[in-house]
Design a protein around this ligand. Structure first.
Ligand code: HEC
Length: 128
């Protein structure tokens, strides 16, 4: 009888350990999810045609300004609206991209790590 209850205690202890481990994972996940979105945003930057005007490195071209320091000049919401609704010369992407994709682009453009090498748009496969 005593042996059984010890086993039961061990089982309860094991369950508690698993719950603590899961809780620890859970508390990390918002950060992980955020950088995942930013990486997706970096890829979307290439695949959505942004480099045509803003350049593959985001440095800007004659058609559009650099996006490298846009995170200092604009809020998340301003960047989101610029992408969704376009601007004076920039076409709107609200039809081509989902809100989630636009949110990923915002994460990318607003990230401090954007363009630094840890978080850069993948080179498009069509232009080597
Ligand atoms: C046809 C050219 C063109 C394309 C394609 C384009 N942009 Fe733009 N973008 C512009 C121009 C021009 C501006 C300057 C403001 C304006 O005229 O709308 C701008 C401004 C911006 C701004 C605000 C910059 C600032 O400092 O105020 C952001 C953010 C931006 N673009 C993101 C994007 C993203 C992300 C994509 C791809 C989904 C994209 N743009 C595609 C032309 C373009």
């Amino acid at each position: 009888m005593k042996y059984v209850s010890l086993q039961r205690l061990a089982a309860i202890f094991a369950v508690i350990c698993v719950v603590i481990a899961l809780a620890a994972l859970e508390s990390n996940s918002p950060v992980a999810a955020q950088s995942k979105a930013a990486i997706e945003g970096a890829n979307l930057f290439t695949t959505s045609g942004c480099p045509q005007c803003h350049g593959p490195e985001g440095l800007g071209t004659v058609k559009a300004p650099s996006l490298r320091d846009v995170r200092k000049r604009k809020t998340d919401d301003e960047v989101r609206l610029q992408i969704k609704e376009g601007g004076k010369s920039m076409p709107p992407f609200g039809e081509a991209l989902t809100d989630e994709q636009i949110a990923s682009l915002v994460q990318f453009l607003r990230s401090k790590k954007a363009w630094t090498g840890t978080l850069t748009p993948s080179k498009s496969s069509s232009s080597p």
